[in-house]
Design a protein around this ligand. Sequence first.
Ligand code: SF4
Length: 345
Amino acid sequence: MIKIAYFDADVVTPEEIFMAAGFTPMRLLGDPTIEHDKVNEHIPPTHCVWAKNILEQAIRGLNPEINGVVTSHGCDCTNREFDIWVESVDIDFLFYLNVPLKRDKIALNFFLNDLKELISQIESKFKIKIQSEKIKEAIKLTNQIRRLLKKISEYRSKMILKGSEFHELVKLSQTDDKNKVLDILKKKMNELKTKTPFTDKKIKRILLTGSIIDDTDFLKFLEDKGFQVVADDLCIGSRYFWNTIEEEKDPILAIAEYHLSKPLYSTKMPSYDRFEFLKFLAEKYKVDGVINIAMKFCEPMLYDHPYMNKRFKELEIPYLFIEMLYNREQYKQLSTRFEAFAEMI
Ligand code: SF4
């Protein structure tokens, strides 16, 4: 199976284009169990710990099924890291997708041109033709997955599905064959309809936000501390499935519009608008508190935090901000802060 991987802080990579080309899109995820040995030769110590981890894996050698990597402009770290990938990673096909930070008409046209350039470079590299009809078929499939994920996500709030189990499903959706994923999600949906809610009434309902959180063990750790993630605005979460792509339009235009209209990430403008989606989620899912996790040296999150803190205070919603390293030892070290927050709310 040929895979095209993507390195993306904001899930703005058009998976449907890879699928239409006959490839399986696979999001690159971190591995919190590895040491950062090789990457330190290329990157300063103040670079985002998650982005660094992905480069460490790439320098060591990615899965041999991966025939190409697309880096999508999420933040300045991923942007500048691409230059290092070109020099130090042994991959035949590397493409930098310049996803705009703004969302106006000029930005849309800019993005459309870059998507067309991506298509043209894939066609030329792999000697194939990407048909419009194939992109439309792929859109229908990914939309089905998004709709199912959205329905399944509701079972977190009904206290039937653990946040960690849902997190695994979203990760699977971003890394495995989409037809296989669709079958798994359909089965899960049917299974959930027959289940009853957890009985522990003391569980705290949490809205989880922040940088990328791709280690499911972190959600399990939160569950051990008495939290249930009932809602999130994460890229391994709601931002991946909240909206769907219009199926009747020109597919490239529909993909571009979709990515420029999904819930905002801190790296996009105007970043303050991100709070409005968080407020909506906090109220809709009646959360007891908000946990905002910033990966160490994730500047977009660090800049957002004072504003988030102020706005959640105004709403009288308890808010916890944690900056953490990308390894599991950190969870233990931060344990008391989470325990204190659980007691407080
Ligand atoms: S965690 Fe922050 S700094 Fe790191 S890649 Fe994501 S947005 Fe960029």
